[in-house]
Ligand binder design. Sequence first.
Ligand SMILES: [Zn+2]
Ligand SMILES: [Zn+2]
Length: 284
Amino acid sequence: MKIEFLGTAGAMTTPRPLCTCDVCKEAREKGVPFSRLGPSIFIHGPNLLIDTPEEITVQINRSSLNQINGILYSHWHPDHVMGIRVIESITADWIHHPEHPEAINVYLPEQVKKDFATYIGTDKHLTHLERQGYARVVQLQDDDRISVDEVMIQPIRLAEEYVYAYLLDNGSKKGLIAMDELNNWQPSEQLKEVDIAILPTGVFEYHPISGERKIQADHPVLKEEATFEETIKIIDQLKAKKVILTHIEEADQLGYLELKKIATYYNNKGYNIGFAYDTYKVSV
Ligand SMILES: [Zn+2]
Ligand SMILES: [Zn+2]
């Protein structure tokens, strides 16, 4: 199973437009692995893309992808969906008329489909893409599994009920991919001891090494988002053989090298954790 990180930021890219902080300055100067675009992951083999941030076209162009068999969405939030028009960029074609690339399957877990109709109008974008023959929506019920190129894929609803992780099983290896929002989540037995878990980093209330407080104790983000400390507790319960953390916010003010030090700090305590960076590929 080979997984490629197309983008490893969260809602704020690094560099953040117009920001002159040290983390953004370094990212602007050096690029990848210091810079991060919006959250998106690709699973080689079944060739499935998870989530389409605004920068997805650029991300695919700089990646090693040569085919996309389908797109899975984790939830409706703008940082995960607003590049959905990439479907048109890939399939629109008037040079080879009447032949044109096939419509791309868009897999929507049941709550995601409902939320696409409730919030920022993503259902209308999709209806337009379907009408043009570019997309084909496939709804997944919560108990559904799909099999693509002999990989079983199961949506897993998280504690924040509008968000799904995906469990992948190719017969010999299992992987769990959660794009965002682990707040209050407790993994079920079925998800424990997978070969690889890809999880959102969470927000850094404290610097894990120095212990310095980084977010004010009364800030509402601490109620809305899982913190890094809470994510570590989930990692303790999951007991995955390997963990890669992604969805790294510029606002956490931790650059690529600082995150490397944090990973080493935990790995010296017996963890097997790494922080993803844009274009990073991992095989299990
Ligand atoms: Zn997000
Ligand atoms: Zn900045």
